[in-house]
Design a binder for this molecule. Structure first.
Ligand SMILES: [Zn+2]
Length: 161
């Protein structure tokens, strides 16, 4: 999938980290805080670096756990609580027409980070699956991620560090 507007992509390519380094573990440890929206006791929310739409967020446990069945009830409950907060914030900021929320389990299902379980919150607009995405494998993103992050953190009432 190519993107027409991806000014952060160069930074990602040059700071992709050592092979085998888990991007979610790095973010969980606070090592890469440019995408993090909110942190809980067991889980956190961060923007997807290659968003499907503006506000595309991931919710992940701090623990590097691949198997969904290995996540305990308290962690799962906190994840869903964060989903509720993120959905409210995205609704407030972007007024999408709908959401896709879920796990991609396995590469066949589109999982990009297969060994650190995470959940996607993807805001959807009528017509966002337009001819560009369908015919040209290209998506047009309207805004920079730092802008998205600032707006959503305000809506989540997360104090800026
Ligand atoms: Zn990890």
């Amino acid at each position: 999938m190519r993107q027409l507007f991806a000014p952060w992509r160069f930074a990602y390519v040059t700071h992709a980290g050592a092979p085998g380094e888990c991007v979610l573990c790095t973010a969980a440890s606070g090592g890469e805080d440019t995408l993090t929206l909110a942190r809980g006791e067991r889980t956190f929310a961060l923007l997807n670096r290659f968003p499907y739409t503006s506000g595309h967020t991931m919710i992940a446990p701090f623990a590097h756990v691949a198997d969904l069945s290995q996540l305990d009830a308290a962690t799962l409950a906190e994840m869903m609580g964060l989903v509720q907060r993120v959905v409210r914030a995205v609704q407030q900021v972007y007024q999408p027409h709908g959401f896709n929320i879920g796990f991609n389990l396995g590469e066949a299902a589109g999982a990009g980070i297969a060994d650190h379980r995470h959940l996607h919150v993807v805001p959807r607009w009528r017509g966002d699956t337009n001819f560009m995405a369908v015919t040209a494998d290209v998506r047009v993103l309207p805004e920079d991620l730092s802008e998205t992050r600032a707006k959503l953190r305000r809506a989540l009432e997360v104090a800026d560090a």
